[in-house]
Ligand binder design. Structure first.
Ligand code: HDD
Length: 749
């Protein structure tokens, strides 16, 4: 059963905010307290990073000597202060004196609060959790954290790729899904995306693709979007990007939530078992809630209504107790000399292996159960690197992966200000560290000993190197040969067959969304030659796709220049079909004081009990009071709610417009109001319901609420009119299992 969540962006209050006597709660006060009270402890859904010393040893005394724990205001040197509101002046009207050391320190620190944002994946959010291994991978890897029943603390950071740190969440983009496993053998980072293939086959082209997709240099627009000339210029010339691009034009690029995204390690990795035997693998994260996306119109609305949509969704779900979960799985392939599987080059990161050919085998479960206690310290300062490996997991010669092994360490030098970023609390391994690395900017450790070199006798030979038997990482002795050359294998020249496989695997409604996405993005380009070149690439993927996009652009559809391959569709690539748990789904309940509040109370309980999150949407914040002695708490108002926030909407009454109505008068007004006609329904409610209907969400009503559905034109599949709140919810929950009412989409492809 989930708990009430904090009101989020709503104007309304929420009972979760004001539970008297709850841990960390204080009596509400209108003025600043004048006696020290100590800082508020973290909320139940938040977790600080684990206390580890700068050299990686678990050390409660290292909990963070620099944390803001004292009750009294001080300078950075610990000097107590009596006033931080007035500069030291010559008389009350100044001027300000240069000797004001407190002013200078305070402003100096503020002036340097910002660090460079990540060059890509700048916009993100994260959460703490645990990975529990099933042990099923133990036969192919000696990695300790993949042993049976082993639990490993993790931190996950989700991100968009293109936008700046302050950009909106629901843009059309690839999403990052980076996981740091704090294993007892050192940190392992799985730095993944929500798309299983990449734009380029060789890391040397990463600056090119990113320069093309980032805002255009002259005017620095557009922000966080691929819908502009330079992006389409690059990908239409550089056709190895076309497979990734068709994923980016699909619903995958506008996830409903980070909770409903798949994750992919993209590259082929090499697992090593206890006897040194090797297996090639691809990593997959499968969301327990299923893969679910926004519609493009929803995404556009969300970015205005709530730019923090995905961040808020993640934190609200965790706070409500609906802890997001993903199963980690691997596709396994024999480690043959040619490193191909069923004709697919496993070293080509623009290719996937269909799950129908190599099933994803589950190896463990990730659960995110705690929000960060400090965003900067944890989400901003975390530093991932595909070269953070543990014994039993090694890299392959994928040229994209090889370049990443250089880039991630390098970027932290500028972003985190020097080589000691592994000592930042969120980056510290939970394994003991004795690395002989010394000094440098922001050194936190007070290293003991006098011999940070090997071999030595001065420190008694410490630290000691060990062999594989004692847990050392040993590279797989793969033979390497070849002349130095700048080239790619012939197999890398196939740029269209898997883009076509993806297209052919889509359901009609998904195809329609892809056509619209291409037409939208190319429609934003100014250069006709770029649109024409991209249409040629589409012709090489599929003639119907090309024709439909060409029609939308008002351009002729070109003939293909390559013969399309006839691939068997891979049903696993489609998001449509199947049913999923409804945990953590958001149910909007429209009500006013004249509605059936007894039904609303029952409904809220039933929604909670089903593991979903009920949010009551009312004409005003505060409470809806029908005089029963059990007022209903309001979480969203007609002013603050938009349909995009809800997975389903239930209507408990037919609220009439009452501009500036005083909340206190509800009880009497509610009791006195007669039933309303459909014509009088508040237009904000009609809009909310009509939008939810257009976006193919489940809708329900009982009692007077039916009139609202009628007025909004909501009728047909997925629209439930029940005799009671409970009965309506039951049908809505069944519909939600399929994520959307797919039959409601008009499909023309
Ligand atoms: Fe990358 C960040 C994922 C190719 C260079 N990348 C970054 C993040 C993710 C990925 C999830 C954000 C990590 C975080 O949350 O801090 N990147 C990928 C995937 C790729 C990929 C799945 C291909 C399969 N990346 C890639 C290449 C290069 C980089 C080819 C450079 C040659 N990526 C970086 C970076 C970033 C980064 C510049 C920016 C911030 C950071 O590393 O720490 O080094």
């Amino acid at each position: 059963m989930v708990k009430d969540v904090v009101g989020g962006s709503a104007g309304g209050s929420d009972d979760a905010l004001t539970i008297p006597g709850a841990p960390g709660s204080r009596p509400p006060t209108l003025t600043e307290p004048d006696k020290p009270q100590g800082p508020l402890p973290p909320k139940a859904d938040q977790r600080p990073v684990r206390p580890v010393s700068p050299t990686g040893n678990l050390d409660p005394s290292a909990a963070d000597a620099r944390a803001q724990t004292g009750a009294h205001l001080t300078t950075a040197q610990g000097l107590r202060l009596g006033d931080t509101d007035h500069s030291l002046k010559a008389g009350p009207r100044g001027p300000v004196l240069l000797q004001d050391h407190h002013l200078r320190e305070k402003i100096m620190h503020f002036d340097h609060e910002r660090i460079p944002e990540r060059v890509v994946h700048a916009r993100g959010t994260g959460a703490h959790g645990t990975f529990r291994s099933y042990g099923t991978a133990a036969s192919v890897t000696r990695a300790g954290f993949l042993g049976k029943g082993v639990e490993t603390p993790v931190f996950v950071r989700f991100s968009t790729v293109v936008g700046s740190r302050g950009s909106a969440d629901a843009v059309r983009d690839t999403r990052g899904f980076a996981t740091k496993f704090y294993t007892t053998e050192g940190n392992f980072d799985l730095v993944a995306n929500n798309i299983p293939v990449f734009f380029i086959q060789d890391a040397i082209k990463f600056p090119d693709v990113i320069h093309a997709v980032k805002p255009q240099p002259a005017r620095e627009i557009p922000q966080a979007q691929s819908a502009h000339d330079t992006f389409w210029d690059f990908v239409s010339l550089h056709t190895e990007a076309q497979h990734h691009v068709i994923w980016q034009m699909s619903d995958r690029a506008v996830p409903r939530s980070y909770r409903t995204m798949e994750g992919f390690g993209v590259h082929t990795f090499r697992l090593v078992d206890a006897d040194g035997g090797t297996t090639l693998v691809k990593f997959h994260w499968k969301p327990v809630q299923g893969v679910h996306s926004l519609m493009w119109e929803e995404a556009q609305l969300v970015n205005g209504a709530d730019p923090d949509f995905h961040r808020r969704d993640l934190y609200d779900a965790i706070e409500a107790g609906a802890h997001p979960q993903w199963e980690l799985g691997i596709q396994t392939f024999p480690d043959t000399e040619d490193q191909t599987f069923e004709g697919i080059d496993l070293l080509d990161p623009t290719k996937l292996v269909p799950e129908e050919l190599a099933p994803v085998q589950p190896i463990g479960m990730l659960t995110l159960d705690a929000a960060p206690t400090n965003f900067f310290a944890q989400v901003e300062q975390i530093a991932f690197h595909p070269g953070h490996l543990v014994p039993g997991i090694d890299v392959t010669n994928d040229p994209l992966l090889q370049g990443r092994l250089f880039s991630y360490l390098d970027t932290q030098l500028t972003r985190l200000g020097g080589p000691n970023f592994s000592q930042i609390p969120v980056n510290r391994p939970h394994a003991p560290v004795n690395d002989m690395l010394r000094d440098g900017f922001h050194q936190q450790a007070d290293h003991v000993g006098n011999a940070p070199y090997k071999p030595n006798t001065v420190d008694g030979g410490c630290p000691f190197a060990v062999g594989a038997g004692d847990g050392a990482f040993v590279e797989v002795p793969e033979p390497v040969a070849g002349a130095k050359e700048r080239s790619a294998p012939a197999s890398f020249a196939d740029h269209f067959s898997q883009a076509r496989l993806f297209w052919l695997s889509m359901s009609p409604v998904e195809k329609e969304h892809i056509v619209r996405a291409y037409t939208f993005e190319l429609g934003k380009c100014y250069e006709q030659a770029i649109k024409e070149r991209q249409l040629l690439a589409l012709a090489n993927i599929d003639p119907v796709l090309c024709q439909q996009v060409a029609q939308g652009l008002g351009l002729p559809a070109p003939e293909p220049t390559v013969v399309p391959t006839e691939a068997a569709p891979s049903p696993a690539l489609s998001q449509v079909g199947g049913t999923w748990p409804v945990d953590g789904r958001i149910i909007g309940i429209v009500a006013d004081a004249a509605s059936d509040l007894t039904g609303v109370r029952e409904l809220r309980q039933a929604v909670h009990a089903a593991g979903m999150v009920p949010l009551v949407i009312a004409p005003h914040g505060g409470m809806l009071d029908d005089g029963s002695g059990e007022p209903v708490t309001v979480q969203r108002t007609f002013l603050t709610a938009r349909s995009v926030e809800f997975d389903a909407v239930l209507v408990a009454g037919a609220p009439v417009p009452a501009p500036d109505a005083a909340p206190a008068s509800d009880a009497k007004a509610g009791a006195a109001q007669p039933h309303v006609t459909a014509a009088a329904v508040d237009p904000r409610v009609t809009l909310l319901v009509a939008e939810a209907f257009r976006h193919s969400k489940a809708l329900g009503a009982w009692g007077d609420g039916e009139a609202v559905l009628r007025q909004a034109g909501a009728a047909g599949p997925g629209v439930v009119v029940g005799t009671s709140a409970g009965e309506t919810l039951e049908q809505i929950a069944t519909l939600l299992g399929a994520h959307r009412v797919w039959e409601r989409f008009p499909v023309t492809v």
